[in-house]
Design a protein around this ligand. Structure first.
Ligand SMILES: C[S@@+](CC[C@H](N)C(=O)[O-])C[C@H]1O[C@@H](n2cnc3c(N)ncnc32)[C@H](O)[C@@H]1O
Length: 410
């Protein structure tokens, strides 16, 4: 058997050094390098008339790569924060807009201090004291207040949104959240950051973001809010390529990690909204999403036979949550099947699909995602289906990332 390495360059870590790609450090992202290589494999080129779809945009990696080489890409995501963030990343900004914003940075830094200690709006994040110390929170609340005054809430002023991205960076980097693993954990203690440290950090990061926003992009990429289990919104085009990375069946909740960003930017206001959003997200497992799973019944009964066998095997493992876990796996593959089924109306004949997916394991039972999704695709009439390993995901278990390809011939 050939050895497959973990390839950090095929993960979000690589993106942190890549200008706009590195603005926020979000683990759902796949690597720019991987998308570029997929683009080369399918011979996407500048001036090409291809139109790319990414139905699971996340941080808009696919869109940014496409627009940087002059292509058109439409992206979809169910999470409104990611739609906003993706569009902020994929927008062209004029030199005048950026110069004006640069002048606003010292104004923000000077003005916010007047409001430190006032009774200001704070996001209703559960156990907020685990994230930030009291004094750091007061500084963040004051910057937030002044940003709203100058550029409006996120999504109001497309250039001003760049300062909101800088705020997101400062907010996260001053928190006690630790990202040593794929998912987030907390450090033991919060830190009392001084206004001097935060001023310097906000000014530096905002300047860096404005600097990397100055490159004009020859293509076009836009992210739209949509549930990709349904047919994509009609944009008057048929897609020649789908390049994407859907959620994996690994019970990782994107909402969990994105919560602080979403609360501070106003895309989430109450905990119950997080659970509802995760329920509509494929593979979601946060809060109410888990309890709803107990009552979930499939809408489709034409899923691959091997899925039913896998679910039975998980159920028979006799572990405490075996039934719930089996239903989770069933729903994940059900929703992906629904996605492949609905996608067909939006594809041009000959459209080529590339899905970066990960396998999983439940109570020692392997869930071969790449094989099950390949069967779904075959059942739905896609052809030329193949998959290969991209990288190893985890040092302990046999978890891999695969690139699954298919063609749609109409
Ligand atoms: C693995 S991430 C995509 C990462 C992306 N390739 C990147 O580089 O950032 C999967 C994305 O699918 C989105 N998603 C989950 N369920 C969805 C659904 N039903 N419709 C649309 N998007 C969904 C999640 O919000 C998440 O952003």
């Amino acid at each position: 058997m050939t050895t497959v390495s973990r390839r950090g360059d095929y993960t979000f870590q690589y993106n942190q050094r890549q200008n706009r790609h590195g603005w926020l450090r979000l683990t759902p992202a796949y690597s720019v390098k991987l998308v570029e290589e997929i683009g080369q494999q399918i011979e996407l080129d500048v001036g090409d008339r291809s139109v790319i779809l990414d139905p699971f945009s996340g941080t808009a990696t696919t869109g940014l790569v496409a627009t940087q080489i002059g292509l058109t890409a439409h992206l979809l995501d169910i999470n409104p924060f990611l739609v906003w963030f993706g569009n902020t990343k994929c927008t062209d900004y004029t030199p005048d807009e950026l110069a004006e914003l640069q002048c606003l940075i010292p104004v923000i830094v000077q003005t916010y201090k007047r409001f430190v200690g006032h009774s200001l709006w704070l996001p209703s994040i559960h156990q907020i004291e685990r994230w930030w110390s009291e004094s750091t929170l007061q500084i963040l609340a004051a910057i937030h207040h002044v940003l709203v005054q100058h550029v409006g809430q996120p999504g109001t002023d497309h250039t001003g949104d760049l300062l909101w991205i800088a705020f997101c960076r400062v907010m996260m980097d001053t928190s006690a959240a630790a990202f040593n693993h794929v998912s987030m954990s907390f450090q033991q203690e919060t830190t009392n950051h001084t206004t001097q440290t935060i001023d310097l950090f906000f000014s530096e990061i905002a300047t860096h973001i404005l600097h990397s926003a100055r490159y004009q992009m020859p293509g076009y990429a836009r992210v739209f809010p949509a549930d990709s289990r349904l047919a994509p919104p009609d944009m008057g085009v048929r897609y020649t390529h789908v390049i994407t990375s859907p959620p994996y069946p690994n019970r990782m909740s994107y909402i969990r990690e994105l919560r602080p960003y979403m609360y501070w930017t106003g895309f989430l206001n109450q905990a119950v909204e997080a659970g509802s959003l995760d329920w509509d997200s494929i593979g979601g497992t946060w809060g109410v999403a888990t309890s709803r799973l107990k009552d979930w019944r499939p809408e489709l009964d034409d899923l691959p036979a091997s899925l039913y066998e896998l679910c039975a095997e998980i159920e028979e493992s006799n572990q405490k949550n075996a039934l719930l876990m089996s239903r989770y796996v069933h729903k994940y593959f059900h929703d992906m099947h629904q996605h492949f089924r609905s996608l067909r109306v939006a594809l041009a004949p000959g459209a080529r699909l590339k899905y970066v997916v990960g396998n999983s394991s439940f109570y020692g039972v392997q869930a071969p995602t790449e094989q099950l999704l390949a069967r779904s695709l075959a059942q739905l009439g896609y052809t030329q289906i193949a998959h290969h390993v991209v990288r190893k995901r985890n040092s302990k278990k046999e978890l891999f990332e695969y690139c699954l390809s298919a063609t749609w011939n109409g």
